[in-house]
Write a protein that binds this ligand. Structure first.
Ligand code: SF4
Length: 289
């Protein structure tokens, strides 16, 4: 049996930075205690537990009103401009760990709305990143996939129209949706795309799918949290583009319940919020068993 671990696995730089920042804040004496985190810092239960063991208290937005003092850390997915303003003007010390790429999308959206653009955003309406990007803003239409283009209104030719995306949408979804949008709105401008980390993982995955397309005894394992958009997009690519089995697992214990003996190849990829330690643990287990 061939066990193949793809090159682009483990944390992306945005996730690494967010974890490092939160850990430093929790270990430092310079930040007022208690230290709150606004939701799960990243989609990784082990990391959340580690941060909690350092004293972090994970809260949701509705609990902010009751806080009287301390530090609040925002997650790598970012928050809305209105929530950021509210936190900056509160009694809490704000530590913003939004990924730089998400911040860049915020800036692109704000700049173009100011210039009078109407925007179409490709992404998951209920995902934290998309809520952060769009909350309280007019003239943004959110679509999840190509099928939702039909629900978009007809706009006058004079409308300045821009296309932006959630950072974890796949490059091929962006390409197909943009192409379809152009038939409805020939003047639409692409203003943002997925992040480099997402792009590299998806491109590497597509290339190995192509290589193993004639061997259906291939199993693709995606390591990552089931709530992570990034994880689910990797699985979606496997199920849509390969004729093989694809499974999503969070840890080694989940792998132990799977019968892998019928496969000739096992190919491992991971979400940007899955640690290299877990990826290697699963890879080594497969090699040795
Ligand atoms: S997946 Fe991309 S946008 Fe999200 S944290 Fe990582 S680098 Fe940043």
């Amino acid at each position: 049996m061939n066990i193949i671990k793809l090159e682009n696995v483990g944390f992306c730089f945005g996730v690494t930075k967010s974890i490092e920042t939160a850990t430093n804040v929790l270990k430092s004496n310079h930040f007022p205690k208690p230290v709150y985190i606004l939701g799960y810092l990243i989609h990784n239960k082990l990391i959340s537990k580690e941060l909690e063991s350092l004293g972090a208290i994970i809260i949701n937005e509705s609990e902010i009103e009751n806080l009287k003092a301390g530090t609040i850390i925002t997650t790598a997915h970012g928050i809305s401009d209105s929530l950021k303003n509210k936190l900056m003007n509160s009694c809490l010390t704000l530590v913003d760990t939004t990924c730089a790429i998400v911040n860049k999308t915020h800036q692109i959206i704000n700049d173009h709305l100011k210039q009078g653009y109407t925007l179409i955003l490709l992404g998951e309406k209920n995902h934290k990143e998309v809520i952060g990007l769009t909350h309280g803003k007019n003239n943004i239409y959110i679509i999840k996939n190509i099928n939702e283009i039909t629900s978009l209104p007809q706009l006058s030719e004079k409308t300045k129209l821009g296309f932006v995306t959630q950072t974890t949408v796949t490059p091929y979804e962006i390409e197909t949706v943009l192409e379809a949008l152009k038939t409805k709105y020939p003047n639409i401008l692409q203003l943002s795309s997925c992040c480099e980390a997402t792009k590299k993982r998806q491109i590497e995955l597509l290339s190995i799918i192509e290589k193993y397309k004639n061997n259906q005894k291939t199993l693709y394992l995606v390591i990552g949290d089931k709530l992570s958009n990034n994880t689910n997009k990797l699985l979606k690519t496997i199920l849509e583009k390969s004729q093989c089995d694809g499974l999503l697992i969070e840890n080694l214990n989940e792998l132990k319940n799977i019968n892998t003996s019928k496969y000739q190849n096992i190919i491992i990829t991971s979400a940007t919020s899955a640690s290299i330690t877990i990826v290697n643990e699963i890879y080594n287990y497969l090699l040795n068993n």
